[in-house]
Design a protein around this ligand. Sequence first.
Ligand code: ATP
Ligand code: MG
Length: 250
Amino acid sequence: MAAPVSVRGVSRRFGDSVALRPTDLEVAAGEFVALIGPSGCGKTTLLRIVADLESPSGGEVRIGADSASAARRNRQIGLVSQRPAVLPWKRAEDDVRFTQKIARRIGFPAGLLLRDFGLAGHEGKRPAELSGGMLQRVNIASAIAHDPAVLLMDEPFSALDEMKREELGAWFDAELARRPKTVLFVTHNIEEAVMLADRLVVFSPAPGGIVEIVAVDAPRPRPPSFRADPRFIAAAARARELLFGRALAA
Ligand SMILES: Nc1ncnc2c1ncn2[C@@H]1O[C@H](COP(=O)(O)OP(=O)(O)OP(=O)(O)O)[C@@H](O)[C@H]1O
Ligand SMILES: [Mg+2]
């Protein structure tokens, strides 16, 4: 299940400082949108507003026909946060079940979900007993365990080394084909964004706002060879140009 997300004129101030300038963004059901931009440009703020963890200073968010707060109450949102709360005693399976308990909904049976996530045999392990990649897969499993319509991910792979990051990205791309979601995905990594997303939403430095949206016109999931595809190269070059200026584009 997936729902469209509509961000209409959403802005946010903290005291006198502008964290997010008025922003419009329409995300289709099942679409994967990457949010990319310099540190402090309001990416986490926007994600938290969509999740109804923060209220906007202006504008509104709709998730399908619902307001953000109705969507949160109906547990239509899954969130993988930038700094996930790791509870040292919580076993992988308990983590997934906890989401389902709070949501009062078993979207995907915990055992099946963890098996599909390559975690068979690790269901009873605590965070300290899992690798970084495994732990992130548990976090993602917990975020989607109740089958929300929208998945919000804030730099989910940034703590991983480059090889692991690519591997997890490819796995996640394939996983989404199995359980389609509308995804808003924050990253600082241009290649990761182009591999995974239908569109890259490029933000300006603070006070942040959308500069341009770069489409990656290729079906998902994408094979590793997509990195050599002219569409990949063109989208990555355009994003780099927008983020770092023309001098570095070539
Ligand atoms: N609760 C808060 N109180 C005051 N200022 C805040 C708060 N949350 C965010 N800000 C400010 O809003 C701006 C945007 O922050 P935000 O966390 O959204 O940036 P970001 O794009 O996610 O950055 P990064 O890439 O480093 O994670 C920053 O200047 C930040 O200091
Ligand atoms: Mg952030």
